[in-house]
Design a protein around this ligand. Structure first.
Ligand code: NAP
Length: 232
């Protein structure tokens, strides 16, 4: 096994934390990023107790300065980044109508879920050599081919935008042998997915973990679920 350095955003809980646990157990170096220092420390401690080689990085993906500060801190680790997983996202409780008058929630959702991921790519690209991988954790809610049903429209739009960003990044980074793909984890029992979701967190992390490790490096510019390509 080649030991990789893997950065996961929004990894203090949920699918992000589970990806960190699974990838760490495989022997990779994990850098978990989170915006809350207390929760970040707790997550680092829990992974260390599981004999995982882990570093914590304070980073709020919705705050440009925080992302660039995190990149400066990362530079001090003297690591090349083999895999970047953009996982951090929000789904607002008030996200019910695309016609909502107040724009704040839509803008906050896009700033975090879509532009946040792009920002992290821009800040961490200098550490990514050839070949390496970027994985954007998306959702079938952002699909342009599935029916749209009025569910969490701001969140769905943010994931459609993340998918579009994924395709453009894949095209631009192709010659540098940096693959860029989007992954839907399925409907997973986390704070975001809720208790009624169909999948346990272990299963939700499965396809991103495969994408970070076993998936062919030349797969790029695609959308995956259950380790299979799905339509955008
Ligand atoms: N669960 C599902 O059914 C499902 C389905 C499809 C796609 N997804 C996607 O899977 C990914 C993980 O979701 P999850 O279910 O694990 O959600 P979750 O349990 O709510 O975890 C989301 C993580 O993102 C972090 N985060 C939010 N905003 C952030 C910011 N501005 N900067 C840094 N971190 C931030 C949260 O940190 P705090 O603790 O600080 O809030 C938390 O660690 C997301 O991209 C989500 O859209 C989930």
């Amino acid at each position: 096994m080649i030991k990789k350095a893997i950065l996961i955003t929004g990894a203090n809980k949920g699918i992000g934390f589970e990806m960190a646990r699974q990838l760490g157990k495989l022997g990779h170096i994990i850098i978990i990023a989170a915006r809350n220092e207390t929760r970040l420390k707790k997550a680092v401690q829990e992974l260390e107790e599981n004999q995982i080689e882990v570093k914590g990085l304070l980073m709020d993906v919705a705050d440009e300065k925080s992302v660039w500060n995190a990149a400066e801190t990362f530079a001090q680790l003297n690591l090349n980044l083999d895999v970047l997983i953009n996982n951090a996202a929000i789904l607002d409780k008030e996200d019910r109508s695309i016609l909502q008058e107040n724009e704040e929630m839509l803008l906050k959702t896009i700033t975090t879920n879509s532009y946040g991921a792009l920002r992290v790519v821009k800040a961490f690209l200098p550490f990514m050599k050839s070949p390496s991988r970027i994985i954007n954790i998306s959702s079938e809610g952002g699909s342009m081919t599935d029916p749209v049903g009025g569910w969490a429209p701001a969140y769905c739009v943010s994931k459609s935008l993340l998918n579009a960003i994924t395709r453009h990044l894949a095209a631009e980074l192709f010659t540098r042998h940096i693959s860029v793909n989007a992954v839907c984890p399925g409907w997973v029992r986390t704070d975001m997915g809720g208790a009624g979701a169909t999948l346990p967190v272990e299963k939700g992390a499965e396809t991103p973990v495969w994408m970070a490790t076993e998936a062919p490096q030349d797969l790029t510019g695609h959308f995956f679920r259950n380790k299979k390509q799905i339509p955008w």
